[in-house]
Design a protein around this ligand. Structure first.
Ligand SMILES: Nc1ncnc2c1ncn2[C@@H]1O[C@H](COP(=O)(O)OP(=O)(O)OP(=O)(O)O)[C@@H](O)[C@H]1O
Ligand SMILES: [Mg+2]
Length: 243
């Protein structure tokens, strides 16, 4: 469903003087990453601050260009030509909800993607209300997303993504800012979703509950891929990975 083949990426895609180009290898924010996530799998993406988790999501969204390698979504290679079609299958929950919510009302944000996709207004409205209710934020529908608490924003952003019924969802820190009760709710909602999921998180308990597999990133490289419990219980390796 999601296949990365020797993916490398850098934020320094501008032309560089020869001297800088010679050291460009050290600028790689993603360094030769390969993995395959099967349909229906829930995979945790773990790594210290700055390890490259958000950058990997930006590459999957086609926002961060690759310097090497390929990304395949459902068998289709991600490129400028295919990005529009591929994006329809993918949902993103961004690390910063301000990057995702931009309308003046929460409800319009949740409705926006559906109308954009050409879903009939009445159907779209009922789906939007359902999604808000599922995440316990129906009462925030008329509020401005810019004047919500961090956790409220996070739940609304989750609703705006999940309402689209994507096949694959990339979650960047879905439990950040959430109080214990909202965390349990978000966790239950995410767990019940039948989609393929890749979840970047620092919350190892959350990852253990939701995921049957974990990928560990360190300085842009994939250093482990396996059972979350086995990986997280290995204190020696965890400290080596800066975790
Ligand atoms: N727009 C940017 N331009 C240049 N460098 C960037 C940019 N965004 C991130 N970086 C760098 O890329 C590296 C990886 O950052 P990234 O945001 O992917 O880490 P992360 O694993 O998501 O970290 P966190 O857990 O803190 O969210 C870091 O060294 C960061 O400083
Ligand atoms: Mg990040």
């Amino acid at each position: 469903m999601v296949r990365l083949v020797q993916v490398s990426a850098s934020y320094q895609t501008r032309r560089q003087p020869a001297a800088a180009a010679a050291t460009a290898k050290t600028d790689l924010v993603l360094n030769n990453i390969s993995f395959h996530i099967k349909k229906g799998e829930s995979v945790a993406l773990i790594g210290a601050n700055g390890a490259g988790k958000t950058s990997l999501f930006l590459a999957l969204a086609g926002i961060l260009p690759l310097t090497h390698g390929s990304i395949f979504i459902d068998g289709v290679a991600l490129s400028k030509r295919t990005i529009k079609t591929v994006r329809r299958k993918i949902g993103f929950v961004f690390q910063n909800p301000d990057d995702q919510l931009f309308m003046s009302r929460v409800y319009d944000d949740v409705l926006f993607g559906l109308l954009n996709m050409g879903i009939a207004e009445e159907d779209a409205q009922s789906r939007a209300w359902d999604a808000l209710a599922k995440l316990g934020v129906g009462h925030l529908a008329d509020r401005s997303p810019f004047r919500l608490s961090g956790g409220e924003k996070r739940l609304c952003a989750l609703a705006a993504t999940l309402v689209m019924d994507p096949e694959i969802v990339f979650f960047d820190e879905p439990s950040a800012f959430l109080d214990p009760k909202s965390q349990r709710m978000a966790s239950a909602v995410i767990q019940a979703l039948p989609f393929t999921k890749l979840i970047a998180t620092h919350d190892l308990a959350f990852a253990r509950t939701l995921c049957s597999r974990a990928l560990i990133l360190r300085s842009g490289a994939l250093v482990a891929d396996g059972d979350p419990a086995a990986l997280f219980d290995d204190a020696g390796n965890m400290s080596l990975w800066g975790l």
